[in-house]
Design a protein around this ligand. Structure first.
Ligand SMILES: Nc1nc2c(ncn2[C@@H]2O[C@H](COP(=O)(O)OP(=O)(O)OP(=O)(O)O)[C@@H](O)[C@H]2O)c(=O)[nH]1
Length: 223
């Protein structure tokens, strides 16, 4: 199925960011949301405060394949004490960014546990994952190489991207890549729209051709 719309969005994709506490999930999301054309000036960076439960963000995105989608973005707390709250959200997402900090080996080692958590609670719907190695600006204290992260991503059947909220490196690329993969899975029938599932929602049914697809991104930065 393929729906298109003139001005509004065709679909809403619900996406969650998961990973250990303090890996940078909130910073990555805030950077992404602040990058939307016409978005208000970002608030000054607050002192670091852990996320409590789940916080919600959204951004519109013109997909490479044509349609405009609304991404509903769920920022989950990484701390164990919020796990029973965050776990209840996994069933209703179509995409997950699994985030670790390239300077924190434990956060990388816990990626399989995060993946397993989602797989165990996801229900009948397919979830598209992306592995994100965050804080790539901190090269001198890095302790997870891109090669090992790529190998892990390949073994789990997902792509891998390194990002930095501080340098604004690959932030848009990470979300674009995940959204494009979801759209592709939808077009190929690997994911289906279902009334009782909030992972993907059809929000415009008008069959009016959409505008031109967005320009190709310049490619990943090498930070
Ligand atoms: N150097 C560097 N620091 C970052 C980056 N992104 C986030 N940080 C810092 O990492 C710390 C944790 O960031 P958060 O975004 O709050 O982490 P989180 O994963 O949302 O944490 P929880 O809400 O506890 O799960 C903060 O001090 C941020 O300033 C980055 O790209 N580079």
């Amino acid at each position: 199925m393929r729906a298109m719309s003139a001005g509004g969005c065709s679909y809403q994709f619900r996406i969650a960011l998961l990973g250990d506490a303090a890996v940078g999930k909130t910073s990555l999301l805030r950077r992404y949301v602040a990058g939307e054309p016409g978005a208000p000036e970002p608030e000054p960076e607050p002192e670091w405060a852990p996320t409590v439960g789940v916080e919600f963000y959204s951004r519109k995105l013109q997909l490479r394949a044509g349609p405009c989608v609304k991404l509903q973005l769920w920022d989950t707390a990484g701390h164990e004490r919020f796990r029973c709250i965050t776990r209840s959200f996994y069933r209703n997402v179509v995409g997950v960014l699994l985030v670790f900090d390239v300077t924190n080996r434990k956060s990388f080692e816990h990626i399989c546990d995060w993946h397993q958590e989602v797989m165990a609670t996801q229900g009948p719907h397919k979830v598209i994952f992306l592995l994100v190695g965050h804080k790539s600006d901190l090269q001198s204290t890095r302790c997870v190489s891109a090669q090992e992260a790529e190998a892990l991503a390949a073994s789990l059947g997902m792509a891998f991207i390194e990002t930095s909220a501080k340098n604004n490196c690959n932030v848009d690329l990470a979300f674009d890549t995940l959204a494009d993969a979801i759209q592709q899975a939808l077009e190929q029938g690997d994911i289906q729209l279902q009334e009782d599932w909030g992972g993907i929602r059809l929000i415009h049914k008008t069959q009016v051709p959409s505008g031109p697809p967005r320009k190709q991104p310049p490619g990943p930065c090498q930070c």
